[in-house]
Design a protein around this ligand. Structure first.
Ligand SMILES: NC(=O)c1ccc[n+]([C@@H]2O[C@H](COP(=O)([O-])OP(=O)(O)OC[C@H]3O[C@@H](n4cnc5c(N)ncnc54)[C@H](OP(=O)(O)O)[C@@H]3O)[C@@H](O)[C@H]2O)c1
Length: 287
């Protein structure tokens, strides 16, 4: 039995990773590394075997205790932490503690873009000589039910600077399922980079039409250029850093090739990835 530490445990991906580990009957000890242990105990009340430890990427002193007797780390970069210097001491601590396995949640195309933090973290893990598995998912379907849900509910719109750019849409549940398998069977996938995608490349116009049809209400796609998008979101009170991340994520794909569709999910689980229409039907309540 090994001890697996899950960072970002209370987030979209982390929660599902823990759910799948238990659903698959993991024999390993799972520890959620969280900022607020009391709150996390409530979030995970149905997972009675789960253990907790206080952890904060921005408080390096907490890492020593969190990493004690850990064999494997699921490492997730919280979206608002882009400074690689936050991760450098943590990776050094993982190495110092003799932890031999790190599964890092990266992003599709991370290897091609030297400016994004995921690329720098992947490099950091390799440079210190850790055994790694890089999970590189495409665009989350759950962006529709999280970051984009405000406009969808209040204005029945999706407002983004994406133009016609096509995104590959993947279900977080599919990503977490792969993550759980790789955490439990690290040796089988050691030092591999795994792209996790859905089966559909679609632009936002098409997705808006699909939402309209499936939810039986008109959802409009508004293609705002980056300046207009910035102005709209600033007025709504979105933090500047977050607006810039949104622009980077949604504007740059206009100049990139269509995403590559990978069959890794099917290879690993024997199942087909979730389709957009299945996702919208499953999450209908949230819209
Ligand atoms: N959105 C996409 O389409 C997409 C595609 C590919 C890859 N990604 C990558 O996926 C990652 C985001 O995953 P997610 O959606 O699961 O994130 P999320 O839902 O925002 O969750 C972030 C997690 O990090 C924790 N956290 C925040 N700040 C922390 C800190 N200082 N110390 C310790 N924990 C902290 C949060 O805990 P609290 O409960 O304490 O807040 C939460 O558990 C990012 O790296 C992103 O680049 C996203």
């Amino acid at each position: 039995m090994k001890k697996i530490l899950i960072t970002g445990a209370t987030g979209n991906i982390g929660f599902e990773v823990i759910r799948f580990l238990y659903e698959n009957g993991t024999k390993n000890k799972i520890v959620a590394a969280v900022r607020n242990v009391d709150k996390a105990r409530i979030t995970f009340k149905e997972f009675t075997q789960l253990e907790f430890v206080e952890f904060d990427f921005e408080i390096p002193d907490l890492a020593e205790k969190a990493m004690k007797e850990v064999d494997c780390v699921f490492l997730l970069r919280p979206p608002h932490l882009s400074d690689i210097e936050i991760f450098r001491p943590l990776v050094a601590k993982i190495k110092e503690k003799g932890i031999s396995e790190v599964v890092f949640l990266s992003v599709q195309g991370a290897e091609k873009s030297k400016v994004i933090p995921h690329n720098k973290i992947e490099k950091l893990l390799k440079d210190v000589g850790l055994n790694y598995i890089f999970l590189r998912p495409s665009y989350f379907m759950q962006n529709l039910t999280t970051t984009l849900i405000g406009d969808l509910r209040a204005k029945k719109q999706i407002i983004l600077p994406t133009g016609d750019a096509k995104f590959n849409w993947v279900d977080i549940e599919n990503i977490a399922e792969v993550a759980a398998v790789t955490l439990d069977n690290f040796e089988m996938y050691k030092n591999e980079a795994i792209e996790i995608t859905g089966s559909e490349n679609e632009n936002f116009e098409t997705v808006s039409k699909l939402l309209s049809k499936t939810l039986d209400k008109r959802i409009e796609f508004v293609n705002a250029n980056p300046f207009r998008f910035y102005k709209i979101k600033k007025k709504e009170g979105m933090a500047k850093g977050m607006i810039l991340v949104m622009i980077m994520l949604h504007f740059l794909p206009r100049f990139q090739k269509e995403p590559v569709i990978s069959n890794y999910y099917e290879k690993l689980t024997g199942k087909k990835p979730t389709k957009l229409i299945e996702f919208i039907k499953r999450e209908k309540e949230k819209f």
